[in-house]
Ligand binder design. Structure first.
Ligand SMILES: Nc1ncnc2c1ncn2[C@@H]1O[C@H](COP(=O)(O)OP(=O)(O)OP(=O)(O)O)[C@@H](O)[C@H]1O
Length: 258
């Protein structure tokens, strides 16, 4: 299945009743089994775009559609946000299988899929733990398992690791790639971290601000697993530098406004 984002524009009205053009002329596709990363400075519209693709916001113009789905079947989405909103009164297992429950999955299916995805994110043994008993990294794992458990047509991730410490973040990035390699889910991932974008992406979409628009789409021609190895370091840094040069001016401007 392919996701097409066509001529998307988004206008907001701010608190002083001024119109803000947040996104303009956004066109790209997410191909079957493709990992697309949106990168750009603060305020360029990354989250707005992800929310539009996820149907949480409607575009002011343009459209998002899924090509290759059965006609009357709504595509299934898995969403992971920066702040994982786990239900505090539900155990890890009950959180992970929440989406399945909503869809009316049988107890047997919930048991099987819950176990499978809890295992995939490395939380086996914590099925009965409650969110307050988990570290930040473990909460994110549970959030990822919850998104995977519905076996989505598209996985959306909005800065999922940015609240984690640097070491946990590195581990989670590696694990995400391992998980992705097993599931091969079409994924749209938002980050402002350039290294993370080059590490994870099949293609990086560089956004620019005022209004948010696509500056460049960069295919990352490196092996999906192991691109942080020494032999790829020069190429990796070249991509990172290219992206930094594209967003540097915007990032400096964003800092002045902050
Ligand atoms: N509900 C809203 N009402 C008014 N303006 C909004 C609203 N949501 C977003 N905006 C504006 O749209 C622009 C894009 O915001 P968005 O949060 O999508 O950017 P972002 O790239 O995700 O930023 P960050 O990296 O800081 O999270 C900003 O100028 C923001 O102020």
């Amino acid at each position: 299945m392919k996701i097409v984002i066509e001529n998307v524009e988004k206008r907001f009205t701010d608190s002083k009743k001024n119109e803000v053009l947040a996104l303009e002329d956004i066109n790209f596709t997410i191909n079957e089994q493709e990992f697309v990363v949106l990168v750009g400075p603060s305020g360029c519209g990354k989250s707005t775009l992800l929310n539009i693709v996820g149907g949480l916001l409607s575009p002011s113009k343009g459209q998002v559609y899924f090509e290759g789905t059965e006609e009357d079947k709504e595509p299934t989405l898995g969403i992971v946000f920066q702040e994982i909103a786990l239900f505090p009164w539900r155990s890890v297992f009950e959180n992970v299988t929440f989406g399945l429950e909503e869809r009316g999955a049988s107890k047997a299916e919930r048991a099987e899929k819950g176990k499978h995805y809890i295992d995939m994110v490395g939380l086996t043994g914590f099925e009965n733990a409650y969110p307050k008993q988990l570290s930040g990294g473990m909460k994110q794992r549970a959030g990822i398992a919850r998104a995977l458990a519905v076996e989505p047509d598209l996985l959306l991730m909005d800065e999922p690791f940015s609240a984690l410490d640097a070491q946990t973040r590195t581990i989670m990035q590696e694990e995400l790639l391992t998980i992705w390699n097993r599931t091969k889910l079409s994924t749209l991932y938002v980050t402002h971290n350039i290294q993370e974008a080059v590490y994870l992406a099949d293609r990086v979409i560089v956004l620019s601000r005022h209004p948010g628009h696509i500056k460049k789409i960069i295919p990352i021609d490196l092996p999906k697993i192991g691109r942080d190895q020494d032999q790829y370091r020069a190429q990796f840094e070249k991509y990172a530098d290219e992206i930094w040069q594209l967003i540097r001016h915007d990032a400096e401007e964003a800092l002045k406004e902050a």
